[in-house]
Write a protein that binds this ligand. Structure first.
Ligand SMILES: CC(C)(COP(=O)(O)OP(=O)(O)OC[C@H]1O[C@@H](n2cnc3c(N)ncnc32)[C@H](O)[C@@H]1OP(=O)(O)O)[C@@H](O)C(=O)NCCC(=O)NCCS
Length: 169
């Protein structure tokens, strides 16, 4: 029997421990995020509280049998007010859930929800190399922008960051 496809929905507070676990995997094991130390669930609550079920800043999860296996978010890009119409995208699958179409499913739903919002530009910052992330963003109309050379130091080495940009229709 085939498994039902994961359901895409807004994150709820009960997802926070699992979302923290997914994020911490990428903090500890990879240069994907430039945080260096893992978070406790409580420390991650302020991040979770930035999102809502309406407006520009959303947090969606792929729910597989009641468990979040991936998430995507649209976040504030910069504190200064004229940047309100720019959002920063994030998408992370749990390590066992990569390559199953969840990144695509999350972005499809997220961009559909964001379409009526007053947003001009979506930005993704990608630590290089990351073929899967670049492919996903290109599939959603992002173009390669500036490469920030050696923008971060993690695990004792320098990492380049690629800005990918999407003008919102
Ligand atoms: C990047 C990531 C979110 C992509 O999500 P995913 O569910 O694995 O990707 P999908 O299966 O939805 O595939 C999306 C597209 O990328 C392509 N793709 C996926 N993995 C790829 C890879 N390793 N190399 C090249 N292309 C790849 C797919 O072919 C697909 O394109 P298509 O739909 O036009 O055929 C996921 O791999 C991930 O969480 N990786 C680790 C964390 C990370 O790097 N996050 C991004 C931070 S910027």
């Amino acid at each position: 029997m085939t498994q039902p496809a994961p359901r895409i929905r807004h994150a709820i507070e009960a997802d926070l421990p699992r979302l923290t676990e997914i994020y911490n995997h990428y903090v500890v094991q990879t240069p994907t995020t430039f945080d260096l130390e893992p978070f406790s669930v409580d420390e991650r609550r302020a991040w979770f509280d930035r999102y809502a079920a309406a407006g520009r800043h959303r947090l969606l999860v792929a729910d597989d049998g009641g468990k979040a296996v991936a998430y995507a978010s649209s976040s504030r890009f910069h504190q200064r007010a004229a940047y309100d119409t720019t959002i920063e995208m994030t998408v992370l699958c749990a390590p066992e859930a990569v390559g199953r179409g969840l990144g695509r499913a999350l972005y499809e739903r997220l961009f559909e929800m964001l379409a009526p919002e007053d947003i001009r530009l979506a930005v993704a910052l990608i630590t290089m190399p990351n073929d899967a992330s670049v492919a996903l963003h290109e599939a959603f109309g992002f173009e390669r922008g500036m490469l920030l050379p050696e923008a971060g130091r993690k695990f004792g080495q320098w990492w380049d960051v690629l800005y990918m940009l999407r003008r919102m229709p």
